[in-house]
Each structure stands twice: as C-alpha cells, then as structure tokens.
Design a protein around this ligand. Structure first.
Ligand code: NAD
Ligand code: DAU
Length: 342
C-alpha cells in the first residue's frame, strides 16, 4: 500500500509512521509535513534510511503540491497534520482555520479527484465539548468550545460531507488525550516532566480538577491502523484510553515517578506545583469521556495502563533530554511568556 501520512513529523504522526513501517513490510509511506514549531524531522531519524519512507516538506493547504503527490498514485491517506494546542488557538485562531479546515478540504478534494481507496481523518474528542457525567458516543452532538476544537469539528464535518456528497471512503477517528515519546513539551504531561527535571515551576491551571482520559500513543497508533484496514467508510470511531485522571493527580504521579527514578523525595517536586489563573477561561473543558464500543468491535482495546505508559514516558524524556532542549526555541519561550504570564 502507498500511504500518504500528513503531519508525520509531529507527535502522533511520527509514532504512527514508525508503527506502520514496523508492522507492514509491503507499505510505503510518504510523509507530508510543513515543519511548524511542533514538527521535527529528528522524530523519525531512525527510519530516514528506509527505502519505503519519503519525507516531503510542505503545506497540506498547498493545492498544487498536494495534487502532485496524489498524481504519483496513492492508495490511502491518514491526515494527522494540524495545529493542535488549545491555548495557542485562544491566543490566535487563524492558523487553526488555515491548516485544520482549509488544509483538510484541500486533501479531501485531491483524494476525490484521484479515487483514493481510503481517507482516515484524525479528529478529536474535543469536538463534543465537555461532559460532566456519562460518555460521548459517535452520535453525540458536536459542541466545540475552543477555536481549536471548532476548527477540528469543521474538518470532521467536511469529511462527512465528502463521504455523503461524493462517496469518498472517509473514516474519522476521535481520540482522547494521547501521551508518550516525542510529544512537544507544551502539552500537560511532557511539560510537567520537563519542568520537574529542570527544577522549574509546575503550572497547574486553577485547582487542576479537570479530567482527561489518557491514551498511550502506541495504543492509538494500533487503533488507527485497524480503522485504516477495517473501518467502515463514512463511519466515526471514538478511541479512548479508559484512564480518566484529574490533572492534579497526573502532575502528582509525575512528581512521584521522577522522584523515584532520580532517587529523590517526591516533595522535592510537588513543592514546584503552582496553581495559576486558568488561561483558557470558559473555553476550558472540564471532562472528556468516550464510549469506545464501536472501535472495540473491530478487535481493539488499549494494552498499556496509565501507570505503565506514564513510567515509559518519564523514562523516555529522561533519556532524551537533548531532544527536549532542541525543540525549546525562542518561539516557544515567547509563547510560554504569553500563556503563563497571568
Ligand atoms: P503535533 O502538534 O505534535 O503535530 C502536528 C504536525 O502537523 C507537526 O509535525 C506539524 O509540523 C504538522 N503540520 C502543521 N500544520 C501543517 C500543515 N499546514 N501542513 C503540513 N503539516 C502541518 O500534533 P499531534 O498531537 O501529534 O496531533 C496529531 C493529530 O491528532 C491532530 O490532527 C490532532 O488534532 C489529533 N489529536 C491529537 C490528540 C493528542 O492528544 N495529541 C488527541 C486527539 C486528536
Ligand atoms: O482530548 C484530545 C486533545 O488533547 C487533543 O485534541 C489536543 O490536540 C491535545 O492538545 C489535548 O488537548 P488538552 O487541552 O486536553 O491537552 P493539554 O495537554 O494541553 O492539557 C491537558 C489538561 O491540563 C487541560 O485540562 C489543561 C491542563 N494544563 C495544561 C497545561 C499545558 C495545565 O493545568 N497546565 C499546563 O501547563
């Protein structure tokens, strides 16, 4: 299979490219990535020499480039490319509309014109908004609250429209919060691990009582692979880790694990916790929770417990401190000043 993966230099995309080439000897992967602050070719250094892999630097919203890639012949697309950070979307929504909405439409249109056999679009549980009790099914209404979530909901609905209007074989995944190796340290888990290792403050938004359902990235890659092979065109699949935790519990677990690993006392790290004014305000969703019966029917279930996945993640960040420091650019420090200034 000749597969176009977009955003393959980001967190989930790079884990997926590595997973796909490891699991399928006869797959070829073309990785189209713009290399924004979140994209790093070093995330795939270990497979650069693999003849089945090709990297193309470019924008999914660049119609000409995208059409050229499709003209070379593609069997399937997995669209990870996106602006992904909620806080950044509140500071400036524009790039989110450009990439997440317009970029997705450019890809859908090219796929329609070139008879692609399968288009997997990576959406998110954030399109549903927040839920206090119970779980979202794939039929739940979309109530996005941040510009990021709204841009993802728009792309998700364009996928539906391309399936219904043109019969494009689109499948959508909506997953919960991923964590694991190569996640950019602006997101909760890698940020807390990095700051703990550097003796920096651990900025918890408000009381830290919000709940996320954590999914180890390798489990998500397996689910996406399964949806790519066995998912029904026009269907949506929720993918959740089944590991709901309050943010403050996650931060304290990280403190405990880092302390254990460095042979220090947990208090050396918990005293770095600082509750700050919530920069998301009303757009801060309290809880996400997914009903994953549909993807489980395909034969998938998460294999990595939160404790195991978090231990692996802490270990990876400890062993890859040069990777972490290499992605901390001036742009990132400026962004931190804006978000954490309050
Ligand atoms: P990420 O921010 O780590 O990586 C995004 C990648 O997309 C980067 O490599 C970036 O360079 C690339 N990119 C951005 N704009 C582009 C453009 N215009 N053209 C080409 N490439 C572009 O993201 P991630 O966390 O790996 O998320 C991947 C996908 O999964 C996104 O669609 C996101 O909405 C979705 N998702 C993420 C999570 C999560 O917890 N991380 C959960 C659910 C869904
Ligand atoms: O649910 C899926 C979504 O998960 C994806 O669609 C997004 O792309 C991804 O970024 C993630 O969004 P969240 O906003 O849930 O993840 P984040 O890691 O940014 O924040 C998790 C929680 O931690 C959230 O309640 C805000 C809080 N938080 C976050 C940061 C960065 C803090 O308390 N302090 C922080 O410094």
């Amino acid at each position: 299979m000749r597969l176009l993966v977009t955003g393959g230099c980001g967190f989930i995309g790079s884990n997926f490219v590595r997973y796909a080439l490891r699991e399928h000897d006869d797959w070829e992967v073309i990785n189209l990535d713009k290399l924004t602050y979140a994209g790093n070719p070093a995330n795939l250094r270990d497979i650069e020499g693999d003849k089945r892999y090709r990297f193309v630097r470019g924008d999914i919203a660049d119609r000409e480039l995208v059409n050229d890639l499709f003209r070379d012949g593609l069997d399937a697309v997995v669209n990870f490319a996106a602006e992904t950070h909620v806080d950044r979307s509140i500071l400036d929504p524009s790039p989110f509309i450009e990439t997440n909405v317009k970029g997705t439409q450019v890809l859908l249109e090219a796929a329609r014109n070139h008879d692609v056999k399968r288009f997997v679009h990576i959406s998110t549980d954030e399109v549903y908004g927040s839920v206090m009790d119970g779980r979202f099914t794939e039929e739940s209404p979309l109530r996005p609250n941040s510009p990021y979530a709204a841009s993802k909901a728009a792309a998700d609905l364009l996928c539906r429209a391309y399936h219904i209007s043109y019969g494009l074989p689109v499948v959508v995944t909506r997953s919960s919060n991923n964590y694991g190796p190569y996640q950019f340290p602006e997101k909760l888990i890698p940020l807390m691990v990095r700051n703990a290792l550097s003796g920096l403050e651990l900025p918890v938004y408000g009381e830290g009582l919000q709940v996320r359902d954590w999914l180890y990235v390798e489990d998500n890659c397996r689910a996406i692979g399964m949806v790519l092979m066995k998912g029904r065109p026009g269907e949506i699949y929720n993918i959740g880790g089944g590991s709901e935790r309050k943010n403050i519990e996650v931060v304290k677990s990280i403190c405990r694990m880092v302390a254990e690993r460095l042979n220090r006392s947990p208090e050396d790290f918990t005293r770095l916790i600082k509750h700050i004014r919530d920069p998301r305000g009303a757009a801060h969703d309290f809880r996400y929770a997914l009903d994953c019966s549909k993807v489980r029917e395909l034969g998938w279930s998460p294999q990595v417990t939160f404790e195991e996945g978090l231990a692996r993640t802490v270990e990876w960040y400890l062993s890859n401190r040069s990777w972490v420091e290499s992605v901390i650019t001036g742009e990132y420090l400026e962004y931190c000043r804006r978000v954490y200034a309050a």
